[in-house]
Design a protein around this ligand. Structure first.
Ligand code: TRP
Length: 355
């Protein structure tokens, strides 16, 4: 008897290289779970088109960049399936079918959608396809009948939508009782498991920049120019850390410093393995017996030690992009087979199987 591992699915929108925020939000969980789960990692290139349809070459390049970051951190094509969204037609078909299970007002209440319209300054100029992308993401997940999805906190509302669509499909077309507990849906005959969300250990990593007008530190994001990339060389890391925002009221090393809401200490807490050093130096920082520069120098060492092996592994793939494309082609073929099977079952449940 073969024991099927539970399925894990997650992905990244190819809009540039990956950074430390991706690492704590989702990447480190993916690495930790690669053996326990049957893992699917998706490059959401159709999603990228929802906000940058006029930049196809950038999207193509970003697919390669993200794939190389994945391989460099250790996502392993021998154990996991790495694939491109647009090569998997079942996702698009399921998007259309699922779109009938979500009301328009419900879709417009997805906070991720509203936040993006605001943060990207889209105004009224977003496309219809942009509005469809949360349902597309639901289809990404359900096409693989995933059990668990590791994502950053900002993606939670879409995971809630995914659960709603799965419950509704299972009730409407698989005869599952609406009082069924989430974990019992499949046992009761449902096609789609009700997914669990897995958040990273840091719910939302801040960037290297100053807070906004409301005093809130912004999340790390390439478009806000406050990100440290997993492919940054040591000099770049050093420059970014040296110019990082810290306690603005501290003018000299003997001024007492504030540790809370200070990116310097948030980064030490997140990435410095020497917890004793961090605890001691926080006390000294508060007391004004250690300077910003000394703490920044230590942070540079910590981050370079972490990033440099990743960057070195990435350089190997950069020399051989053909190999990376081949990994994605193989992964996409596997993803196609698995998701086609789900689509056939979905059509059967919907009584629309004719061939
Ligand atoms: N929207 C996600 C992001 O921008 C990427 C994504 C697309 C995703 N499809 C997914 C994540 C399915 C998890 C599951 O980060």
């Amino acid at each position: 008897m073969t024991i099927h591992k539970p399925r894990l699915l997650t992905g990244d929108t190819p809009t540039g290289r990956l950074h430390l925020g991706h690492w704590v939000g989702s990447l480190e969980n993916r690495l930790a779970l690669q053996d326990q789960y049957d893992c699917y990692f998706l490059l959401a290139n159709i999603h990228a088109f929802t906000t940058r349809a006029e930049r196809p070459a950038d999207i193509r390049q970003s697919i390669l960049d993200v794939a190389m970051d994945w391989l460099a951190i250790g996502l392993d094509p021998m154990r996991s399936t790495l694939f491109i969204q647009s090569e998997v037609p079942a996702i698009s078909e399921l998007t259309f079918l699922f779109s009938m299970l979500v009301s328009y007002p419900r879709l417009m209440r997805v906070p991720t959608l509203k936040d993006e319209i605001r943060d990207k300054g889209l105004g009224d100029n977003y496309s219809f396809g942009f509005l469809l992308y949360p349902i597309g993401q639901v289809a990404d997940i359900l096409a693989f009948q995933a059990d668990i999805v590791p994502v950053g906190e900002d993606q939670s509302p879409i995971l809630e939508l995914t659960r709603e669509v799965a419950r509704r499909f299972n009730q409407l077309y698989c005869g599952v009782d609406s009082q069924t507990e989430d974990k019992a849906y499949v046992a009761q005959g449902g096609l789609f498991p009700i997914v669990q969300t897995l958040h990273g250990r840091t719910r939302r990593l801040v960037g290297t920049g100053a807070p906004n007008a409301n005093g809130v530190l912004l999340k790390m994001s390439k478009s806000l120019d406050n990100a440290i990339m997993l492919s940054d060389d040591p000099d770049t890391v050093a420059k970014k850390v040296m110019s990082m925002y810290t306690d603005p009221k501290r003018l000299k090393a003997s001024d007492p410093g504030t540790v809370e809401n200070n990116p310097l200490w948030i980064f030490h807490e997140t990435f410095n393995p020497d917890k004793a050093w961090v605890a001691e130096m926080k006390t000294r920082y508060r007391a004004g017996t250690i300077g910003d520069v000394a703490c920044k120098k230590q942070l540079i060492e910590v981050l370079v030690n972490f990033i440099e092996p990743i960057r070195q592994r990435r350089l190997v793939f950069e020399k051989d992009p053909a190999q990376v494309w081949q990994i994605l082609r193989d992964g996409s073929a596997k993803a196609r087979a698995v998701s086609d099977q789900t689509l056939q079952l979905a059509k059967q449940k919907m009584q629309q199987n004719f061939l």
